[in-house]
Design a protein around this ligand. Structure first.
Ligand SMILES: NC(=O)c1ccc[n+]([C@@H]2O[C@H](COP(=O)([O-])OP(=O)(O)OC[C@H]3O[C@@H](n4cnc5c(N)ncnc54)[C@H](OP(=O)(O)O)[C@@H]3O)[C@@H](O)[C@H]2O)c1
Length: 199
C-alpha cells in the first residue's frame, strides 16, 4: 500500500513509520523534514498536499496540536489551538481526503485517553479527543467508495512516559509495540468507525 503518514517525525509517528515501512511505501507529511509539506491547521495546505501526492491507499495522522492548561487559565484562543489543530486538522484530512484516496482506502486518526480519563490541565485535549472520536464513528457511515476511518486512542506512550510523568500520575504507559499495532489494525484490516483504545 502507499501510505501517507502525517507526523512521521514525531514520537509515535517514527515508530509507525519503522513498522509499516517493512511492508508498505510510506510518504511522510509534516511542516518540516517530510516528503510532502503540510500544516494540518490550514485546509488549503491539506488540499495542496493531496494534489501533490497521488494514488494514496491510506492516510495516518499522528499529529495533533493542542494546548495543555488549567480551565481557570486557558483563554478562548488557547482552546482554538486544539480545535483548529487536533480536531479540525484531522476532520479536514478526512473531509478533503475523501475526494482523493483510492477506492477502499482508509484514514487513521489519533486521539488519546484524555477523552475518557481526564487529568488536571487536560480540558482542551479532552474536548477535542472526544470530538474526533465521535466524528470517526459518524463519518464511517457516510464515506463513499469503500473508504474507511478509525481512530487510535492511546494512553501515555512508553517513549513519552518520562517527559509526561508529572501530568499522568498513576497511568501505566503503553508499549510502543501495542500502540503501533493499533495503526496496523486500522490500516490492514477492514474495520471502520472504530475507536481503537490502547488501554
Ligand atoms: N506521546 C504520547 O504519550 C501520546 C499519548 C496519547 C496521544 N498522543 C497524541 O498522538 C499525537 C502525536 O503525539 P506525539 O507525542 O508523537 O507528538 P510529537 O512527538 O510532538 O510529534 C508531532 C508530529 O506532528 C507533526 N506536526 C505538528 N504540528 C503539525 C501541523 N500543524 N501540521 C502537520 N504536522 C504537524 C510534527 O512535525 P512538524 O513539527 O515537522 O510539523 C511531528 O512529526 C498527538 O495528537 C498526541 O496528542 C500522544
Amino acid at each position: 500500500m502507499k501510505i501517507l503518514l502525517i507526523g512521521a517525525s514525531g514520537t509515535i509517528g517514527k515508530r509507525i513509520s519503522a513498522q509499516l515501512s517493512k511492508k508498505h511505501e510510506i510518504i511522510s507529511g509534516g511542516r518540516t523534514n517530510a516528503n510532502v509539506e503540510v500544516d494540518i491547521t490550514d485546509s488549503a495546505s491539506i488540499e495542496k498536499m493531496y494534489q501533490t501526492v497521488s494514488s494514496i491507499d491510506a492516510v495516518i495522522c499522528a499529529a495533533g496540536p493542542a494546548k495543555f492548561g488549567l480551565l481557570a487559565e486557558l483563554t478562548e484562543d488557547d482552546f482554538y489551538v486544539g480545535i483548529r489543530g487536533k480536531m479540525m486538522g484531522q476532520v479536514n484530512l478526512v473531509r478533503i481526503g475523501q475526494k482523493y484516496l483510492n477506492d477502499n482506502g482508509s484514514f487513521t486518526l489519533t486521539t488519546g485517553i484524555l477523552s475518557d480519563e481526564p487529568v488536571f490541565g487536560s480540558v482542551s485535549l479532552s474536548l477535542v479527543n472526544g470530538g474526533v472520536n465521535s466524528f470517526v464513528v459518524a463519518a464511517a457511515q457516510e464515506l463513499p467508495r469503500g473508504l474507511r476511518v478509525n481512530v487510535v486512542c492511546p494512553t501515555v506512550v512508553e517513549d513519552s512516559a518520562e517527559a509526561y510523568a508529572d501530568f499522568f500520575p498513576g497511568f501505566d504507559p503503553d508499549s510502543m509495540e501495542r500502540v503501533v499495532n493499533g495503526y496496523v489494525r486500522s490500516v490492514e484490516t477492514k474495520v471502520t468507525g472504530k475507536i481503537i483504545k490502547i488501554y
